[in-house]
Write a protein that binds this ligand. Structure first.
Ligand SMILES: Cc1ncc(COP(=O)(O)O)c(C=O)c1O
Length: 386
């Protein structure tokens, strides 16, 4: 008999699986789909990164196991991180990952024993909880305040804080598009020191911050390196999501532990991809601002068109996501499924991000403005005739 482990059974079905099925059925029936359910960027990677990738992919000596990062990658990350006011030792404070999803999924296996308590945001990005479950740890959701979009740390009891071994945070946030403040991070770092909690910050959207807002690396907070690591990725900043390359930075002891686990799990990132990443991180690029502006224009057009239909959505200050209450407080899953079936617009039900995501949907503005406006038009018509 082939039976899954209890570990596997403790995981929910992948966030996108059921919707993918409905999407597939719709496409098979010959109907079109406007897919706003996955945060996969549709802008091109920097031309110099593609040039490096293709140049080295043509060299026959680039196909061996990489095993570890090229030192130039770690140096490039350290140089890049200066923009966040953080100085890193490239050798000890930078660890290459095959995507931050890979690193986040191995995080709890590295640090968590069965029964250990991990604090995660609710709503939050699903791998945080799944990783802890795989390691046999216990999850305690920290409610995210629906207005400030910050974790309600004051809701945690002294006992919770005493028991907690690790806390995971993510700003700019997926799915809520919330932004951190320095005060909030200072509070987190203080709590970490007081209660001996290891802090993990996921900073994947560090370059997708709009208007006059600031992306804050938790490592820029004094004392953070003693208690924290931060994940970042080339997926969203450089549109290299499919290339699978990212990194963790910060506390060297923690990174060493993760490095040890990874040495049993993988043999490194394809060398031409590492070289493309080095070029992306190192070379001057006008794409940082261009892209930010393009996302902002999409955000304004899409939110404007949705608001015109009568759906009062909140304009996000960062990321590529609109996080919106369902118009009549409907449950998110049936809402998303009905919407997809009726209009071909795919969005992600908020429940996929935790119990406090119920009653919300997440819409990624990863299409051109005319497509987003068409999506809003279809949504508006559907809302009217329901
Ligand atoms: C908050 C957050 N963290 C991590 C990831 C995974 O990124 P990567 O492509 O580096 O694995 C994503 C991807 O959408 C994300 O939204």
């Amino acid at each position: 008999m082939i039976t899954p482990s209890k570990r596997l059974q403790s995981l929910p079905e992948g966030v996108f699986q059921d919707l993918a099925l409905a999407k597939g059925q719709r496409l098979a029936a010959g109907d079109d789909v406007i897919d706003l359910s996955v945060g996969s960027p549709d802008f091109p990677p920097p031309a110099h990164a593609i040039a490096e990738l293709t140049k080295h992919a043509a060299e026959t000596n680039q196909y061996g196991y990489a095993i570890t990062a090229l030192p130039a990658f770690q140096e490039a990350v350290a140089a890049f991180y200066e923009r966040y006011g953080v100085t890193l030792d490239p050798v000890h404070e930078v660890l290459q990952l095959a995507g931050s999803q890979e690193g986040l999924s191995h995080l709890a296996l590295t640090f968590i024993n069965p029964g250990d308590l991990v604090l995660i945001p609710d709503p939050g990005y699903p791998i945080y909880e799944a990783g802890v479950r795989l390691a046999g740890g216990e999850v305690m959701p920290i409610p995210v305040d629906p207005h400030t979009l910050h974790p309600r740390l004051d809701d945690l009891s002294g006992r919770d804080l005493q028991r907690a071994k690790m806390m995971i945070l993510n700003y700019p946030s997926n799915p809520t598009a919330g932004l951190a403040t320095r005060q909030m991070f200072e509070h987190v770092v203080r709590l970490a020191h007081q209660h001996d909690i290891f802090i993990v910050h996921d900073f994947a959207y560090s370059e997708l911050v709009f208007d006059d807002n600031e992306a804050i690396s938790i490592l820029s907070i004094p004392g953070a390196k003693d208690v924290a690591i931060e994940f970042n990725s080339l997926s969203k900043t450089y549109n290299l999501a499919g290339a699978r390359i990212a990194y963790a930075v910060g506390n060297p002891t923690a990174l060493d532990c993760l490095r040890k686990l990874k040495s049993h799990m993988d043999f490194g990132v394809f060398l031409p991809i590492q070289r493309a990443a080095i070029a992306a991180l190192r070379e001057p690029w006008d794409g940082y601002d261009r892209q930010r502006i393009a996302y902002m224009e999409r955000r304004d057009a899409f939110c404007g068109a949705l608001i015109e239909t009568g759906w009062e959505v909140r304009k996000p200050a960062a990321t590529m996501f609109v996080w919106a209450k369902t118009p009549n407080g409907e449950d998110s899953y049936p809402f998303a499924l009905d919407l997809l079936r009726a209009t071909g617009v795919a969005v992600t039900p908020g429940i996929a991000f935790g119990p406090r995501g119920e009653g919300y949907v997440r819409m990624a503005f990863v299409r051109d403005i005319d497509v987003l406006q068409e999506a809003a038009r279809r949504i508006g018509e559907w809302l009217k005739r329901r």
